[in-house]
Design a protein around this ligand. Structure first.
Ligand code: WCA
Length: 455
């Protein structure tokens, strides 16, 4: 599994680049979940040592006979993926696939989020300091890891108990089993409990617990990546276009209904489910499936869900252009009191016009492509986005949403009608840089049937 690095020409040894390029190999160990997880302990060490320890603590691993549980451990940042985490996940998935003693891999997040996407605030700062190739390098490692998961030979379960956004979808949706939870039952007892958490323990918790999944990229001047052109285009009808263009959030029940989740397990039963999974001694997916089935329930799809109106979604989002989609939604809004239609119109109007055009084209192309081709296409788009020759919208979107947090991005061009088709086409073309090459995906030989892309 080695290939040429497109950025600096060096040999790319699978997913080991984070340890070889950035960090000393002596630190490259996996922490089996231990007392080290407790941050105060770090104060015993020097600044440099603390820095490396805190980095390695971003991913924890629990080992239980034949099962490995990988834990995303940046709860303060809602488990946003650092470059280190992206590389480490790739390394761990590779190692566990080859290890005969590992039969099942579980992935979950610490705290109230599964994963809120790539750590875009860091990526923007790093790219400004280190040049666009720094951002491209992140994509390179992330998409290879997404591809590995999409073609994984062993059963893998992601426990989606909290936010699943952008890059968080990339580390889970491609896997074989995706367990959504409710976190949305707002009966009075639960509501009081939530209030206690919100005001006593986590005073900065603003978002509703029930909305867990989103591809919010058009709101930050990007496009649904991490294989989004593949998995969004596989959702029923034109629901993927709806999600990708509006960035609207889904709750666990909606994720199950549209196929982004394979199971729905009430959060209170997660511990028991994990205990049962940890007893698995085989890589037979039927065994894992039986265990998950035992803990699963059929959730109630909320009355206001857009998924109840899939024929309206299809009617609007099957249109050829963004302008036609908007016009169709506005006509629907005249004859309907559905909140989701108004929300969709508002989200589209607030998003980067260029991102919208790129996203639509990308999802439409994705319908006809395999997961590998989709990731290669997205890598080109990503490199153009961080290079900023064609557009600065990604940086502007991150500035407005996650850095200055003023919520007022200044998109360029500012309106859909100002965007020429040539600019959109250039995003899908190779980079004009001698050192650059297309994304090279790891070779995947002798894949069993279960490793076929899962959605
Ligand atoms: C709805 C969220 C998930 C929760 O809202 P909340 O409950 O009100 O909580 P906060 O917004 O206060 O978030 C808690 C902390 O986590 C931080 N955070 C929360 N998501 C994040 C986050 N993706 N990053 C970096 N800090 C975050 C957030 O800034 C904040 O930090 P701090 O103010 O220091 O406490 C909200 O945080 C949110 O919208 N987050 C952004 C979601 C998002 O746009 N994700 C990115 C998708 S795109 C992507 O993955 C692209 C990757 C990429 C890769 C390579 C490239 O070269 C270029 C791009």
């Amino acid at each position: 599994m080695s290939s040429q690095n497109p950025i600096n020409g060096s040999e790319d040894q699978g997913f080991n680049r984070c340890s070889s390029d950035h960090y000393s190999a002596k630190w490259d160990i996996v922490f089996v979940c231990s007392a080290l997880e407790k941050k105060p302990l770090l104060s015993c060490f020097s600044f440099e040592t603390s820095f490396f320890l805190s980095l390695f603590l971003q991913i924890l691993v629990e080992q239980e006979s034949y099962v490995r549980t990988i834990i995303l451990n940046r709860p303060q940042q809602l488990n946003a993926l650092s470059f280190y985490m992206v590389c480490k996940l790739g390394e761990l998935f590779t190692a566990y696939e080859e290890d005969y003693n590992v039969k099942l891999v579980i992935l979950k997040g610490k705290g109230r989020s599964f994963c809120a996407g790539g750590d875009v605030a860091y990526i923007v700062r790093d790219t400004i300091a280190g040049g666009w190739k720094s951002g491209a390098k992140y994509f390179w490692n992330e998409y290879r890891m997404n591809y590995l998961l999409a073609t994984y030979k062993k059963p893998q379960v992601s426990i989606l108990n909290g936010f699943v956004m952008g890059g968080g979808a990339g580390v889970s949706v491609h896997g074989q089993f995706r367990v959504a939870t409710e976190n949305s039952i707002m009966d009075m007892a639960y509501f009081v409990f939530v209030l206690l958490i919100v005001f006593v323990e986590q005073p900065r918790t603003n978002s509703s617990f029930n909305e867990v999944f989103a591809m919010p990229e058009t709101a930050i001047g990007l496009y649904p990546d991490v294989g989004g052109s593949y998995f969004l285009s596989r959702l029923p009808g034109f629901f993927g276009e709806y999600l990708g263009l509006t960035g609207e959030r889904l709750d666990g029940a909606e994720m199950l209904a549209c196929g982004l989740a394979t199971h729905f397990v009430p959060a209170k039963n997660l511990l028991a489910m994990e205990e049962a999974l940890c007893k698995v001694t085989t890589s037979d997916p039927a065994v894992v499936s039986t265990i998950l089935d035992k803990f699963s329930v059929q959730p109630h799809l909320k009355e206001k869900s857009a998924y109840h109106r899939i024929e309206v979604v299809d009617r609007c989002f099957s249109r050829r252009t963004i302008e036609e989609i908007l016009a169709a939604l506005e006509i629907e809004a005249l004859n309907s009191s559905d909140d989701w239609i108004i929300a969709a119109i508002q989200s589209i109007k607030k998003a980067s016009p260029l991102s919208l055009k790129l996203s639509l084209k990308q999802i439409r192309k994705g319908r006809l492509q395999g997961i590998g081709q989709c990731l290669i296409m997205e890598y080109r788009l990503g490199c153009h986005a961080v290079e900023r020759k064609l557009s600065n919208d990604f940086f502007e979107g991150c500035r407005a949403k996650l850095i200055d947090k003023d919520g007022s991005p200044k998109w360029q061009p500012s309106r859909l009608e100002l965007i020429q088709d040539e600019i959109v086409d250039q995003f899908f073309a190779k980079m004009d840089d001698q050192e650059w090459e297309d994304l090279k995906l790891p070779r995947r030989d002798n894949l069993p049937a279960l490793a076929m892309a899962k959605l």
